[in-house]
Write a protein that binds this ligand. Structure first.
Ligand code: GLC
Length: 712
């Protein structure tokens, strides 16, 4: 049979075909020779259609196998209509993306959707046609070529679990034709659906309860995991496998670099299970991967599997199919555990969960993100919570309460999405700025709170830009898009509050990134600086070894990366207080005196044997520090209010004193109109911790809180 494959593919076919056949036969034990011949025909046609320029790219990428592991990639995701109006206009925004440091752009669903409600484009009517409201296939090809010329890559969605009920396959069934009759799951009455429902969860219990929809035209119950207009494809049919292979290769041939495989956990159904994450769902992706490696080896798969930590990694091929499934996966575990850590100012669950996960195959990587177009689900497993002495259900309830702002002193302003009536748990919607506290402090005009919120924004991005994977900034986060309520005016969106965080890109707001002192400038610079710093930091390459360092502090997150001779250490503090860590708590190589902090390019030194990490601080430390700089004199202001006769003393805290030095106690001096001051000698980059006391004669009148100051 292999001889039927295009001779140009023969060498590669020798490499992949028998493995493919094996997995195909395991999935489809009753398939016939005809089914395999159909697949070969699909492959041959796609290969003949593939442009030479794309074949060139394929060749280069086959040689540089781990090209996507390079630390140079920084991603964003956006809706073309909301961002640019249409595909042609996207070109005008490429300079902006470049300025931000982004070179991997996920254009959210842009294929022809059904009319009316379409789940943000995830109800596709025609996989081979760009949504005419956005342009046409040629526009997309032109955009891709332009981006490729500029070393940018493009991802689009392949909504493989379902089609819109307006898709021609479903329409043919509704017309009573038989050609596509096995393409979907359909049942003449409720008997089988009811049996399935016993173990099936609901994805959209609020606006699409149940998993089956009655279609009166054909008197059948159709499987609809998501909305009633999204019909689940029946992948237990080899014909569906082949038909979707054809659609997938068609899209690959437009020139896209990454196919984001939507909702992959749902691809395979099995009675008595929750019909998610079945072994066969992973095997399907492996089978497709063999074929895409044959025809379009430059194209990557990105899995969208927002499920429990141990399941997510299976789509990257962990646990049996190492390097054979998707190259990239959404790192929902890091995302939701980071939000949890910031809410409770505690990193123990985050650290424990990540440390326990089996490593992903060396050839796979993550998309590390904080926000995307979807809700946030609290994928914190009962077992992982129990391992740190928590109750999973209560932890998930806490997360929702915190991020919807119900929890006392919460800084967040999100909204519940899809409450599970059986246990009260819910996911949440809301923009990054709303969840991280920027929105609340900005609206309430609380400057100190805003400063803390910005620090949290930097912290959380500083972590995702560091961890193994491609960092992704959800479009608009870099200028602080707040929650947006325009969707309530739109009957097609009103019921789905995920539109809160899917506003049109605010280009006027984006202009403020150029104005000094604006929030937009601050946030934009944080992201563009992280992009630049990441690209220049070789050790952040996906091949680096990543180790979570177990330390005693509950509020620090410490991760080391090593690549050849280079090392880098992430030290992140999720708490609103200063944290200190002693040298001896860290591996030997981090016990030298002086480091370079790569995000802000400053020298960072231990005071004595203590490293200071400011509230919500994030440090990327490398050993490139060189010499400890000379001390300089700095003037510090003491915030003491005094009456005549009182004097003020500066007192250095013992924790900020280097070995062999004594803590300083210095009499402060008064500067008219400015208050009490002191001059101290400090090493630039060093932190100092101090307090002041107010005395009247020998009587202590007041002792201040502890202050922390970095000499800059
Ligand atoms: C994915 C999409 C989500 C959509 C769902 C159904 O999870 O990200 O927006 O609702 O699939 O297609």
């Amino acid at each position: 049979m292999i001889e039927k494959i295009n001779p140009a593919l023969r060498n590669k076919a020798n490499e992949y075909w028998s493995d493919f056949q094996y997995i195909f036969k395991t999935l489809y034990p009753n398939s016939e020779e005809r089914d395999l011949l159909d697949i070969i025909e699909t492959i041959n046609t796609a290969y003949e259609d593939r442009k030479d320029s794309l074949k060139e790219i394929d060749k280069k990428r086959e040689l540089a196998k781990d090209w996507y592991l390079d630390q140079k990639w920084v991603a964003t995701m956006l809706y073309v209509d909301l961002y640019a109006g249409n595909i042609k206009e996207m070109e005008n925004h490429l300079p902006y993306l470049r300025e931000l440091g982004v070179n991997y752009v996920h254009l959210m669903p842009l294929l022809e959707p059904r009319e009316g409600q379409a789940d943000g484009g995830y109800a596709v009517k025609n996989f081979r046609k760009v949504n005419s409201k956005l342009g046409n296939n040629d526009d997309l090809i032109a955009l891709i070529e332009k981006m490729h010329a500029d070393d940018q890559i493009i991802a689009i969605d392949f909504v493989m679990n379902h089609t819109a009920k307006e898709h021609e396959w479903a329409q043919s069934i509704l017309k009573g034709e038989s050609r596509f009759k096995d393409f979907y799951y359909m049942f003449p009455d409720r008997t089988v659906p009811d049996q399935f429902e016993r173990t099936l969860p609901e994805v959209f219990p609020d606006f699409a309860p149940g998993n089956f929809t009655y279609q009166k035209e054909i008197n059948q119950w159709v499987w609809t995991t998501f909305n009633e207009y999204q019909w689940d494809l029946n992948y237990s049919e080899p014909k569906v496998f082949n038909a979707m292979l054809g659609e997938m290769l068609f899209l690959a041939n437009l020139g896209v670099d990454v196919l984001r495989l939507d909702a992959v956990p749902f691809l395979w159904k099995k009675m008595g299970t929750n019909c998610q994450n079945q072994e066969e769902a992973v095997m399907l992706l492996v089978a497709y991967k063999y074929l895409i490696q044959l025809v379009a080896p430059g194209v990557l798969f990105k899995s969208e599997a927002i499920v429990a930590p141990n399941d997510i990694i299976r789509y990257l091929g962990a646990g049996g199919y190492e390097g054979k499934a998707c190259e990239i996966g959404y790192n929902a575990t890091l995302m939701n555990h980071l939000w949890h850590a910031i809410a409770c100012e505690n990193t123990v669950l985050l650290r424990t969960t990540l440390s326990k996960l089996p490593s992903i195959p060396p050839s796979s990587t993550w998309i590390n993100y904080i926000r995307c177009h979807d809700d946030i689900g609290w994928g914190i497993s009962d077992q992982n919570a129990a391992d740190v002495g928590q109750n999973g259900h209560e932890t998930r309830l806490f997360c929702s309460a915190f991020y919807t702002g119900i929890w006392p002193n919460s800084f967040a302003q999100g909204y519940s999405f899809q409450i599970d009536s059986s246990n009260g748990e819910s996911r949440i919607s809301g923009s990054t700025a709303a969840l991280i506290g920027i929105q609340k402090s900005f609206i309430e005009n609380k400057k100190e709170d805003l400063a803390s919120a910005i620090d949290r924004f930097k912290l959380i991005h500083g972590i995702i830009f560091f961890m193994r994977g491609i960092p992704l900034v959800y479009a608009g986060d870099e200028i602080g898009h707040l929650n947006n309520f325009d969707y309530l005016k739109d009957a097609e969106k009103r019921e789905d509050n995920r539109w809160l965080h899917r506003p049109a890109m605010d280009w006027e707001k984006a202009l403020l990134r150029k104005e000094a002192g604006t929030l937009e400038k601050t946030l934009f610079n944080i992201i563009s600086n992280l992009s630049n710093r990441r690209k220049e930091t070789y050790c952040l390459h996906g091949n680096a070894k990543e180790t979570i360092i177990p330390i005693e502090s509950n509020t620090l997150f410490c991760v080391e990366k090593t690549l050849k001779e280079e090392n880098i250490l992430l030290m992140a503090n999720v708490s609103s207080d200063f944290q200190m860590i002693s040298k001896s708590a860290l591996p030997k190589k981090w016990q030298g005196n002086c480091f370079r902090e790569e995000i802000s390019s400053v020298t960072c030194i231990y005071q004595g044997d203590t490293l200071f990490i400011p509230p919500y601080g994030v440090l990327w430390l490398t050993e490139k520090a060189g010499e400890i700089p000379q001390t300089k004199e700095y003037r510090l202001k003491m915030e003491a209010q005094t009456i005549p006769g009182e004097s003020v003393y500066f007192i250095e805290n013992i924790s900020s004193v280097s070995i062999g030095e004594k803590a300083r106690k210095i009499t402060c001096y008064w500067v008219d109109d400015l208050g009490w001051h002191v001059d101290v000698n400090l090493v630039p980059g060093a932190w100092i911790s101090y307090h002041w006391v107010k005395m009247y004669g020998n009587n202590l009148i007041e002792k201040s809180k502890d202050y922390y100051h970095q000499a800059k």
